[in-house]
Design a protein around this ligand. Structure first.
Ligand code: NAD
Ligand code: UD1
Length: 307
């Protein structure tokens, strides 16, 4: 298969690229390196790497026209909630306009497309307290990021219903694993905790540490995407990607202590404004197409912390 991964030099995209490249598929990456790194994908040669902004409609159209990809996995995005709060208009262009353009370009110029996957987020659920979160749950976007992800997934879904484009949108829950960038205070909490343990620094719990998340090891996410890519029954669907299990931050911290055989200082600060207390995905629809997470939080952390 010939695949295009937008945002493929980032944390998640580089794992997807690795998966398909190792299976001898032809993988192309389009990334402007805004938050990704060329070093994340050393196995992609220059002929398969486009250092292009996904908002550059002309270049993106030329690439789609020329290569006629079987599969497009669209991950390129302004991923930081804070960046979308600070720059709502600019992030809208990347997260919504470029998504719509990519769908349209595929509709117009790529008749042999087999699957288009869009990376949405559990952020769309916001503070809806209903658990588990199902795709029937009411959405409550609370940031430009969440609005933009919701718009992107709805356009993705609509392009199937209106134009029969083979699309699936996936709401990723809290993904963790190697290559996740820990350098912002809003990075995924597990990557931050790893940095603190590596450097013997103080970890800050925002809130009481009892909050829970559905943490997904990145390899389980890759397997979920691979299943969806092969499954035409998911066309026009929006699906959660979680594990169906929730783990508290305090339990994650204990697992780090066991793995590192040491502890680090920690402190408590008030919960972040708008923070969700508990989050867990209903993954029944994904399981119906054969998804079964291969990693528990303990085995995922063990692999991550020893990588
Ligand atoms: P990441 O920052 O590592 O990856 C995003 C990639 O997109 C980067 O390589 C970046 O350089 C690229 N990019 C950004 N703007 C671009 C542009 N204008 N043109 C071309 N490339 C551009 O983040 P990630 O965690 O790997 O996220 C991948 C996708 O998954 C994103 O769409 C994100 O919103 C979504 N997501 C991630 C999580 C998570 O837990 N990590 C959760 C929900 C959704
Ligand atoms: C995630 C998304 C975010 C989305 C939100 C909505 C990631 C990285 N972020 O945020 O884009 O808007 O879901 O569902 O996936 N924490 C600490 N100490 C730290 C860092 C974090 O206590 O140093 C806490 C946070 O306050 C939060 C929990 O850890 O309660 C998880 O934080 P984080 O990894 O940022 O994920 P979400 O808040 O779920």
């Amino acid at each position: 298969m010939k695949l295009l991964i937008t945002g493929g030099a980032g944390f998640i995209g580089s794992h997807i690229a690795d998966h398909y490249h190792a299976k001898s598929h032809e993988v192309f990456v389009l990334d402007n390196l805004a938050s990704g790194h060329r070093e994340n994908i050393p196995f992609i040669d220059e002929d398969h790497f486009f250092e292009v902004d996904v908002c550059d409609t002309e270049k993106v159209t030329d690439i789609i026209k020329l290569h006629q990809f079987d599969v497009v996995i669209h991950l390129a995005a302004v991923v930081s909630v804070v960046d979308t709060v600070n720059q709502p208009v600019k992030s809208n262009k990347v997260n919504i306009d470029a998504t719509l353009n990519l769908l349209e370009t595929n509709r117009e110029h790529n008749p042999q497309l087999k699957k288009f996957v869009f990376a949405s987020s559990a952020a769309v659920y916001g503070n809806n307290p209903q658990l588990p979160k199902t795709t029937q749950s009411i959405v409550q976007p609370e940031s430009p990021y969440a609005v933009q992800k919701y718009a992107g997934e709805q356009y993705t879904k609509m392009y199937h219903h209106l134009y029969d484009l083979p699309t699936t949108a996936l709401r990723f829950f809290n993904i963790y694993g190697p290559k996740q960038d820990p350098n912002s205070q809003y990075s995924g909490v597990i990557s931050i905790m790893k940095r603190k343990f590596d450097n013997d620094e103080t970890f800050t719990f925002f809130g009481d540490g009892e909050q829970t998340r559905d943490f997904v090891y990145v390899k389980d996410l890759v397997n979920a995407i691979a299943l969806v890519v092969e499954n035409s029954e998911t066309n026009g669907e929006v699906l959660n990607v979680g594990t169906g299990n929730q783990t508290s931050l305090k339990d994650i911290f204990s697992a780090f202590e066991s793995s590192y055989q040491k502890t680090v200082d920690y402190q408590f600060e008030p919960a972040r404004k708008g923070d969700v207390k508990h989050s867990v995905a209903d993954v029944t629809p994904l399981k119906e197409i054969g998804y079964e997470p291969q990693y528990t939080i303990n085995t995922g952390l063990e692999e991550y912390l020893n990588s």
